[in-house]
Design a protein around this ligand. Structure first.
Ligand SMILES: Cc1ncc(COP(=O)(O)O)c(C=O)c1O
Length: 420
């Protein structure tokens, strides 16, 4: 289903912010309902057996769709109006050709990677990455005979050229900024690397997990990514009330991922799709307010004597090699702050236990501020030596700044820091 309905006024292209309320949906499809209903149905009736046969031919790739012919609605593991409308809306932010939504960010990541890997191939990935992704790369893919090459913040991706050693690269995966440290990786450099290792019969896909900055503050496709992935649980959902994921990008890469999503059953539910559409209407408002608040909070933390270091994209200095990457691919510093407290594990826990407004909970990107301790929580499963090398120490806490009044956030942080 593709819909250019009301996307332009004359020659003027409307921005995603203006299109989130109605794009890809027509009230006449649903008794004039201004909002798309929740299509809470497992299956769809065919008007004839021949129609059912045709829908399956297209959905299963047994025949090419004729120009303008859409895949009909079949069964909610394959397609559902709420998911299709949502997928089209999501493509607008990243300028993607096509999109898919999933049951979780991990469902988006794992279904995408499984589409492209084979035993003996290599996944080249940035590090650190979210703990669940780390586990999938180190444990699950290893069991399937898929190898890894790691790009960490201290090195250049060019250093990996020799290590490839003639092996076939299944895909290059970046998580930038990295969870939990906010380290940046250059999408353009990864693009050049992927191209250097592509052959005539195999173009290496570049996949970027854009959860920390997207969809407002970074658009990886503009810098050479083929696919953009999200934990939509975070800024896209934005209210800590749903779990979802998304993959957006080139149609020829999205199609095989859609096929595997159908087989694995990793799609989102209609209700989750509907909730995400509601969330998208305020995405830009929320993300801007969160970013404004984060600037105020980061300044406070930076000046605090008990905070030894603040990892916030707004603090990258001239002369730091990360500055070139920030300038070329980030549209703003976002609202994730990692900071290291001048204390030990017990002191870090006392600080976390003393907060009253900021919630001690994993996840991020929500309207309420959330704080967590990566070394013992989201990244507890990462190899301890690797954790230390990547700066995920007992002193590190990760703060996702919400939409509260920033003065209240500062009072909460100041009084908890006083308890150390
Ligand atoms: C960067 C990043 N990617 C992926 C995920 C996984 O998303 P989900 O929890 O929606 O499966 C997370 C979760 O925290 C994350 O932070």
């Amino acid at each position: 289903m593709s819909d250019e309905y009301r996307k332009k006024i004359g020659e003027h292209e409307l921005s995603p912010e203006s299109l989130m309320m109605g794009y890809a949906y027509r009230p006449e499809w649903s008794e004039g309902a201004l909002k798309s209903p929740i299509f809470q149905t497992s299956t769809f009736t065919f008007s004839s057996a021949a129609e059912g046969r045709r829908f399956f031919e297209i959905a299963y790739g047994l025949d090419e769709a004729d120009p303008g012919e859409n895949t009909g609605l079949i069964y909610s593991r394959l397609n559902n109006p709420d998911l299709e409308i949502l997928e089209q809306r999501l493509t607008l932010w990243d300028g993607a050709e096509a999109g898919l939504v999933f049951a979780s960010g991990m469902a988006a990541i794992t279904t995408t990677m499984l589409t492209f890997v084979q035993p003996g191939t290599v996944v080249v990935h940035s590090a650190p990455v979210y703990g669940g992704t780390d586990h999938f790369l180190h444990e699950t893919l290893a069991r399937l005979g898929v190898e890894r090459l790691e790009w960490d913040p201290g090195t250049s991706i060019d250093d990996l050229d020799a290590a490839v050693d003639g092996r076939r690269i299944a895909l290059v995966f970046l998580e930038t900024p990295a969870n939990p440290t906010n380290d940046l990786f250059s999408i353009a450099e990864a693009r050049a690397f992927a191209d250097r290792h592509s052959t005539e019969d195999h173009a290496v896909p570049l996949v970027v997990d854009n959860t920390f900055l997207g969809p407002l503050w970074q658009h990886p496709i503009d810098h050479g990514a083929d696919l953009v992935l999200y934990s939509a649980t975070k800024f896209i959902g934005g209210h800590s009330d749903l779990i979802a994921g998304a993959a957006l990008g080139r149609r020829d890469l999205i199609d095989p991922i859609a096929e595997l999503r159908t087989i694995l059953g990793t799609m989102a539910t209609p209700l989750t799709g509907w909730l995400m559409m509601r969330s998208l209407e305020t995405l830009a408002l929320r993300m801007r307010r969160q970013a404004d608040n984060a600037q105020v909070v980061a300044d406070f933390l930076d000046a605090h004597p008990k905070v030894s270091s603040v990892g916030y994209l707004g603090f990258i200095e001239e002369g730091d090699p990360a500055m070139a990457t920030y300038r070329s691919q980030c549209l703003g510093p976002g609202s994730m702050i990692s900071f290291w407290i001048d204390t030990d594990l017990e002191g870090a826990f006392r600080f976390l236990d003393s907060l009253q407004l900021i919630h001690l909970a994993v996840s991020l990107g929500s309207t309420e501020s959330l704080i967590e301790h990566p070394a013992t929580m989201t990244h507890a499963g990462v190899d301890p030596e690797e954790r230390a090398m990547l700066g995920i120490t007992d002193q590190l806490v990760r703060l996702s700044v919400g939409v509260e009044n920033p003065d209240d956030l500062i009072v909460d942080l100041a009084s908890a820091l006083d308890k150390i």
